[in-house]
Ligand binder design. Structure first.
Ligand code: HEM
Length: 509
């Protein structure tokens, strides 16, 4: 029989034993314990989770990388997560079909029901991607069928900005561009923009509610115990997950996807349907067939429509804002880009609004500014985790990684790898994409991790690039910008935004 004092001491003693066991395992017996790591990340996943919650993760990982000699190819950033900071690790991690199994970082349910993005097993992803991918994601398809619709939005956006009086109140340019991107996505997915530009507001708080929810999910993704013990409780999930009867945010978006799928089903039954130019991405989810030739389920169609908006609106908005902000911050780049547009205009090479192909052909410096802006301020500075399933493990960047380990990289850090970008890797220098060693430039293109790479590369990359190649040159061509507040790049749970980037615009003669 235990005495009352012994009984009282029992729980703390047990807890202490558990902590000591955890420390001994993590430091000496875990399969990843031989990898370099600061003691606090080897001990627990909490520091990384907390840094992510505070929006400090990309910077932290970058600084951490600098603390180790260049020969360090992998660092343990939680007791179970191995981080590869060099561009040379990307191909072996992300192009290998055997590492296409996603890691626990994706298991939070942050984006609602399972979609292409959150499908974890490699095989399931492969067949879903096969049915949802296709030529309608290619540049040539977009140029023919979707660019004219995006043109209408660009023209509308420019007109709305032109209506502002010369002494108008400064506004958040990053937010305006995110609203433009949200209108493009709702147009492409549902056939009609939601009216972000027309009403000059964040419709149904689609962008802000999404952004507010991400840090908590990013915390859960990194903190294993929080995810497994707390987030898995149905009661807690019920409290925090978006619901279809919400009037705003992702819940409202899911309800609209549900409605749109039901309506489209009816229209198709009645033989009404978008043809040619009028087809939207919801139509393509109806066309999709699985490996047995069966159409997707209603839930899959709804999840895909929701995902496309979530994946494509704020990310693209963030990229648009970052490129413009960095160009304005580096006045000489803006001058050069504008001069390039003027020369092309004098030769009559640009339509109104600028076409994707015209930017590509006639505005190489502007294209370099876009690439450089995305490299320096990637819109999704997240950890993209993959599980090593090969028997006996594998070798990544010269390092043997055991079977079962979770590995990841991050575009903010690999985009600053001095081995690839040189000693000025942290500087915004569009010229690096145009001048110098051709082999090096080809390597930089191949190591572009902004949209990830390999079998899970961003499906909407070309849509995002089309928006960048059109709306940015068009507004630089039409407006002068007075920067009232330079703003900064801020990570919010894996998607960045351009905080306090305030401008006034004036229509150019
Ligand atoms: C600048 C804008 C964008 C950035 C930086 C971006 C970034 C990414 C990244 C890094 C991934 C891979 C994530 C992973 O490996 O876990 C991804 C996946 C994805 N993105 Fe994007 N994205 C952007 C725009 C878009 C747009 C416009 C759409 C839709 C039209 C879109 C749809 C998707 C989808 C569906 C996936 C999942 C692909 C799969 O798992 O097979 N994205 N994106």
């Amino acid at each position: 029989m235990l005495s009352p004092t012994q009984l009282l001491l029992l729980p703390p003693t047990l807890l202490l034993c558990l902590v000591i066991r955890r420390i001994l395992t993590n430091f000496f017996f875990h399969p990843l314990s031989s990898f370099p790591a600061p003691f606090y990340t080897r001990l627990t996943s909490l520091p990384l989770a907390a840094l992510s919650l505070l929006g400090r993760e990309p910077e932290f990982l970058h600084n951490l990388t600098k603390k180790y000699p260049p020969s360090t190819r992998a660092i343990l950033i939680t007791p179970t997560l191995l981080f590869f900071p060099h561009a040379s690790s990307l191909k072996p991690i992300y192009w290998s079909p055997t590492h296409n199994h996603k890691g626990s970082l994706y298991g939070t349910g942050a984006l609602g029901p399972t979609s292409l993005f959150s499908t974890i097993p490699a095989e399931d992803h492969k067949s879903l991607r096969k049915s949802l991918g296709g030529t309608h994601w290619s540049v040539s398809y977009l140029k023919t069928f979707q660019e004219p619709r995006i043109d209408n939005l660009v023209t509308f956006f420019v007109n709305q900005l032109s209506l502002l009086p010369p002494d108008h109140e400064p506004f958040q340019m990053g937010e305006k561009l995110a609203q433009f991107a949200a209108d493009v996505m709702t147009l492409l997915v549902f056939g009609k923009p939601w009216g972000f530009i027309a009403h000059d507001r964040d419709e149904r708080r689609l962008l802000s509610a999404f952004r507010e929810s991400l840090p908590m999910f990013a915390f859960a993704a990194r903190c294993n115990s929080f995810r497994e013990l707390i987030l898995s409780s149905p009661w807690i999930r019920g409290l925090i997950m978006p619901k279809v009867d919400d009037k705003t945010g992702s819940g409202y978006l899911a309800s609209q996807a549900k409605l749109a799928v039901a309506q489209r089903e009816q229209e198709r039954e009645q033989g009404i349907g978008g043809e040619g130019k009028m087809r939207d991405y919801l139509d393509y989810t109806f066309d999709a067939r699985d490996g047995n030739g069966e159409p997707l389920t209603r839930a899959q169609k709804e999840a895909h429509a929701t995902l496309l908006i979530q994946a494509g609106a704020d990310t693209t908005g963030s990229g648009l804002g970052a490129v413009l902000r960095l160009m304005l911050e580096h006045g000489e780049c803006m001058k050069k880009a504008r001069r390039e547009i003027e020369v092309a205009d004098e030769k009559g090479l640009l339509s109104t609004p600028v076409l994707y192909e015209e930017t590509k052909q006639h505005l190489p410096y502007f294209v370099a500014c876009i690439k450089e802006g995305l490299r320096v301020n990637p819109p999704a500075p997240n950890l993209f985790g993959r599980i090593i399933l090969e028997k006996g493990g594998t070798v990544i960047d010269g390092v043997h990684v055991p079977q079962g380990a979770e590995v990841c990289s991050n575009p903010y850090v690999v985009g600053r790898d001095p081995e690839l970008y040189g000693p000025d890797a942290e500087a915004f220098e569009p010229e690096r994409w145009l001048n110098g060693n051709e082999k090096r430039r080809a390597e930089m293109e191949a190591a572009n991790f902004v949209f990830s790479m390999g079998p899970r590369v961003c499906l909407g990359k070309e849509i995002a690039m089309m928006e960048m190649y059109k709306v940015l040159p068009e507004i630089v061509r039409r407006f002068d910008f007075e920067v009232v507040s330079a703003g900064k790049y801020v990570d919010r749970g894996g998607v960045a935004c351009n905080k306090d980037f305030m401008v006034r615009v004036r229509r150019r003669a």
